[in-house]
Design a protein around this ligand. Structure first.
Ligand code: ATP
Length: 348
């Protein structure tokens, strides 16, 4: 029987409410599919920062390295500088563990009212480059308090970084509907993103069986709303993927529905699985947060670990729960986070 060691980092805000609910589902799936999990919880994040002046201890990454995967909620609190959670936790884990794929699927949930009029089934994956691009945080501020002050951020696009994410996207498309739409803005970012386009087109030639389309970011935001059914695999830069995946969450019906994985495909390091939303301090402490995205992240984690049937079972149990009308406040229902997880477990 396989055994998986999972590091659990609930983080802040609603993370502390929905991560335990997700764990219930993981445990139920393990029982049903005959594998075991060992979990260890770490109270890191913005709350930890307020006490210890850092988001995770000095040896935090060394500690995490020993696990097969990290099940994560979200970090950030209103009283903590908003530039810190990404820099001191999320980006740190993503870059140090070479989690260069941010896998963010978008789909329709049965029984959930969507904001779009289309009745067509939506099912695509945003593959966001996760370690470079616009989010490398290289830059600086010069005399910020002066009239001639300035601030810069430099984007970095490397051949290696683009090639590996493009290969991931095209390989993924082969397991799906065989289409990659790569998002760009090379008509104005004429150096970095024309390089991005060029390398992706080179990689695309190695996958003649996969349709390859290039789309500008501005057009793609319109297409997400007008014709979301045309997408299969959406390959984006770090910044564009960040924005598009919130739009992806919105067209599903709520940000709370989106699951994701920060994936190191080579499995040299643990990968980290988290919902696409933040710590939502405005609704924390009431057990009303939508845990479907957190539970979906568990399914993505189990699939990554090789428990494909368990992942499928969880998705089936989620679909059954939403069809049964087990919906949280953001979806127009009155189910608590606990009600949702209990329904998913019962359906499993
Ligand atoms: P981040 O930058 O860390 O992604 P954010 O500042 O974009 O975070 P979120 O924490 O994602 O903000 O919250 C945005 C809005 O969506 C808030 O009004 C929040 O209450 C709502 N929201 C986010 N997640 C959920 C959820 N799981 N269930 C219900 N509402 C949610």
């Amino acid at each position: 029987m396989s055994n998986y060691k999972i590091a659990v980092v609930p983080g802040d805000g609603i993370g502390n409410e929905i991560v335990p609910e997700g764990l219930k589902v993981i445990r139920a799936a393990a029982k049903k599919h005959n594998f075991s999990i060992e979990t260890e919880e770490f109270g890191w994040g913005a709350g930890y920062y307020l006490k210890h002046n850092q988001f995770l201890p000095d040896n935090g990454l060394e500690v995490l390295k020993k696990f097969d995967a990290i099940y994560f909620g979200s970090v950030g609190l209103p009283e903590v500088d908003d530039t810190l959670p990404a820099k001191d936790y999320t980006f740190k884990v993503r870059t140090n563990f070479n989690q260069y794929v941010n896998y963010r699927p978008v789909r329709t949930y049965p029984g959930v009212t969507r904001p779009l009029r289309t009745e067509k089934h939506i099912d695509f994956v945003i593959v966001r480059e996760n370690t470079e691009g616009e989010f490398v945080q290289m830059g600086g501020q010069y005399l910020p308090d002066e009239p001639n002050g300035m601030g810069t951020d430099t984007s970095v696009f490397t051949r290696k970084g683009i090639e590996r994410i493009a290969h991931y996207a095209f390989k993924l498309a082969r397991t799906r509907d065989k289409k990659v739409t790569h998002i760009t803005k090379s008509n104005t970012l004429i150096n970095s993103l024309s390089y991005w386009d060029r390398i992706i087109s080179e990689v695309a030639q190695q996958y003649p069986d996969v349709e390859h389309e290039q789309m500008y970011i501005d057009n793609s935001t319109a297409m997400f709303v007008l014709k979301p059914e045309i997408f299969d695999v959406v390959l984006t830069t770090n910044l564009f993927g960040d924005i598009l995946s919130d739009l992806g969450g919105a067209i599903m019906g709520s940000l709370g529905l989106g699951g994701s994985g920060n994936i190191n495909p080579e499995k040299e390091f643990p990968s980290m699985f988290e919902p696409i939303h933040g710590s939502a301090p405005d609704i924390a402490g009431k057990n009303i947060a939508n845990p479907y995205g957190q539970i979906w992240s568990a399914a993505i984690m189990l699939e990554h670990l090789g428990e494909v049937d368990a992942a499928k079972s969880i998705m089936g149990a989620i679909d059954k729960a939403t069809s049964q009308g087990v919906l949280t406040v953001d979806l127009g229902g009155n189910a608590s986070a606990t009600d949702v997880a209990d329904a998913v477990v019962a359906n499993l």
